[in-house]
Each structure stands twice: as structure tokens, then as C-alpha cells.
Design a protein around this ligand. Structure first.
Ligand code: RB5
Length: 147
């Protein structure tokens, strides 16, 4: 199950991605927002982050105008590794190296076509499992413990 959320700036891109997930038979849970009416992105970041951290959903997708605000908010939740990306290389690397569990995209940054391409890449790329990458992720987790 994929957790999905957005604010008004990401609503259009989220709608295009949801259509694509539906057509590909990929199960998702849409945590809103459900229209392009102005809302506060931290609210939706938290809903998706909680679903991922609790294990209810394996991965998350978040959308706002730039992808930045919603990624900053999601990364405040313990256990979240949210990456804001707009290119294929970064998306692939953030799964392989960072084991990112949420991808954040900007509806005012990438086209629907590009966004769908990035989502497909994110969902199909596994964590490498390499010891050095796991060690660095463990160090990130240790930073959370210090707070
Ligand atoms: C909303 O106008 C916009 O600030 C938001 O979608 C996002 O881009 C924030 O980072």
C-alpha cells in the first residue's frame, strides 16, 4: 500500500499520479487534500508520514508546489526519510543509498509525465542493502534519538 498526500500546490500532480497508480493496479491510500482549495501542507505530510512509519503503508508520495515544504515537514516525523527530487538520478539514488521511504514532488516543478516517471522509478527501485549505506542510515536514526 502506498500512502499519498498533497496540498493545493500538488493537487493536480497527485491526481495525475493517482490515475496512473490505479491503471497500474498499485494499491494506494489517499490522505488528501481532495481539492485545490488552499490548505496547510504540514497536515498532509503528517498523515502520510504516520502511515509509513506505523507500517500501514510501505512507502509514501507527497506533493506540494515545490515538494520542499512538504518534505521538510515529513522529515520531522521520526523514522521518515523523505526526499524531494525532480530528476531520475536523485530518485534512484535516494532509494538505493538512503532507503528513502517518502518521495516528495513539486507540482509547480515537474510535469505530470515527469512526475509519473519519477514515481515509477521510486516505487521500483529497492534499497541496495549495502553495509555502508545501512551504517549511514543508522547514524541518521541515531541523530533522531539525540533530539
Ligand atoms: C503553497 O502555495 C506552497 O507554498 C506549497 O505548496 C509548497 O510549495 C511549499 O513548500
Amino acid at each position: 500500500m502506498i500512502a499519498v498526500g498533497c496540498d493545493h500546490g500538488g493537487f493536480e500532480l497527485k491526481t495525475a499520479v493517482l490515475k496512473h497508480l490505479y491503471e497500474k493496479n498499485i494499491a494506494y491510500k489517499d490522505f488528501g487534500a481532495y481539492s485545490s482549495e488552499s490548505v496547510d501542507y504540514p497536515v498532509y505530510a503528517k498523515k502520510v508520514a504516520d502511515a509509513v512509519v506505523s507500517g500501514e503503508c510501505e512507502l509514501g508520495l507527497l506533493f506540494c508546489g515545490t515538494g520542499i515544504g512538504i518534505s521538510i515537514a515529513a522529515n520531522k516525523i521520526k523514522g521518515v526519510r523523505a526526499a524531494c527530487c525532480s530528476d531520475n538520478f536523485s530518485v534512484e539514488m535516494t532509494r538505493l543509498h538512503n532507503n528513502a521511504n517518502i518521495l516528495c514532488l513539486g507540482g509547480r516543478v515537474v510535469s505530470a509525465e515527469k512526475g509519473i516517471e519519477l514515481v515509477d522509478l521510486f516505487l521500483s527501485t529497492p534499497f541496495s542493502g549495502d553495509e555502508r549505506h545501512q551504517r549511514r542510515i543508522d547514524l541518521i536514526t541515531a541523530l533522531e534519538e539525540n533530539n
